[in-house]
Design a binder for this molecule. Structure first.
Ligand SMILES: Cc1cc2nc3c(=O)[nH]c(=O)nc-3n(C[C@H](O)[C@H](O)[C@H](O)COP(=O)(O)OP(=O)(O)OC[C@H]3O[C@@H](n4cnc5c(N)ncnc54)[C@H](O)[C@@H]3O)c2cc1C
Length: 303
């Protein structure tokens, strides 16, 4: 029995949903990506601890994903196991003092909807970011001048050795599209968000306004992973790419969106290589014309 087979048997015994050679294009908003050897949906912390630590002992590479909205998965797929958080990781609850506790697998959309229902303000900026709570903390996702760091009170995570710990926002080293988890590889299990009592109509109006702005400016009708590049200090990546004459530029099925040059869209049959080649072309051209080397926000994985 191979190490992968042993991990699969363990995951099945723990009532995880396990799939072999699962196409990752089904789990990324880019709709790009070859197969993961094993795709495992884990439903609670004990199962996650058991599967993750067993993978380490068996030397099977293992990564956790959220909603795949910031991921570019290579065409050859992902060797080893990809874990997604389901079951109790989707729970959302209201605690004292307007603190909302959300499992890392819950979608930001669901959490924003829950906050609205409870007339809690503070999370409106996240309405329209198509990720999970765990992915949003990992990336310190943000929009319209606010980011996760403004609302995270505490975060509970699992260390790669299986130990669980809760820490404060100050310990998470939040910075622009970055958190401590990008260094430690800890897995976010749940997050407590400090919100405030607000007016339901006003919260709804802000959410509608921000969603309207997204629909006006972003190519939401095509698969993508959002902004490809981080914002260079003092500039907007999309504007720079547009000014370099790259709007509408294509490589294979990948295209610089004519609507928003900061996005690369999959026009139908784009491969990961198409996107990587287009990224390389953009970086080279922008560097040549402006002297600035763009840094990727999206994360290429697999291979
Ligand atoms: C149309 C569109 C619009 C977008 N708009 C915005 C925006 O306005 N602002 C913004 O910041 N982003 C935006 N994004 C990008 C993306 O939605 C965010 O980066 C989001 O936070 C990623 O969350 P995810 O759950 O999809 O993570 P994934 O893409 O699945 O994963 C991203 C990284 O997080 C890690 N990760 C995921 N879950 C966990 C966990 N539980 N514990 C530890 N690590 C974990 C993964 O290993 C991976 O390295 C947009 C994307 C799209 C497609």
């Amino acid at each position: 029995m191979s190490q992968l087979d042993k991990l699969e048997q363990l995951a099945i015994s723990l009532h995880c949903d396990v799939r072999n050679q699962e196409p990752m294009r089904k789990h990324t908003t880019f709709k790009i990506g070859g197969p993961a050897d094993l795709f495992i949906v884990v439903n609670d912390v004990p199962a996650l601890q058991a599967v993750y630590t067993a993978a380490r002992e068996l030397s099977v590479p293992c990564m956790v994903i959220g909603k795949g909205s910031n991921l570019l998965v290579r065409d050859s797929g992902i060797r080893g196991a990809v874990l997604q958080l389901g079951g109790t990781f989707l729970d959302i609850a209201l605690e004292e003092n307007n603190v909302l506790k959300a499992g890392a697998g819950a979608s930001l959309a669901t959490v924003c909807g829950y906050a609205l229902q409870q007339s809690l303000t503070g999370l409106e900026f996240a309405w329209g970011i198509p990720g999970s709570v765990g992915g949003a903390v990992f990336m310190n996702a943000g929009a319209y001048g606010e980011e996760m760091k403004d609302v995270v009170l505490t975060c509970t995570h699992m260390h790669p050795d299986g130990a669980v710990e809760t820490c404060t926002a100050q310990q998470l080293e939040f910075a622009y599209r970055s958190s401590v988890y990008q260094k430690t590889r800890g897995i976010v299990l749940s997050v407590s968000l400090q919100l405030q009592k607000g007016d339901k109509q006003a919260i709804k109006a802000k959410m509608d306004d921000l969603m309207g702005r997204r629909k006006d400016k972003q190519p939401l009708e095509f698969p993508s992973a959002g902004s490809v590049f981080k914002r260079p200090v003092g500039y907007f990546a999309g504007t720079m790419i547009e000014q370099c004459g790259l709007k509408g530029k294509t490589v294979g099925g990948a295209m610089v969106s004519p609507k928003h040059a900061g996005f690369i869209v999959n026009t139908g049959e784009a491969t990961c290589q198409d996107v990587l080649d287009l990224i390389a072309l953009i970086r080279q051209e922008v560097k040549a014309q402006t002297g600035i080397l763009l840094e990727c926000e999206i994360r290429a994985v697999g291979g």
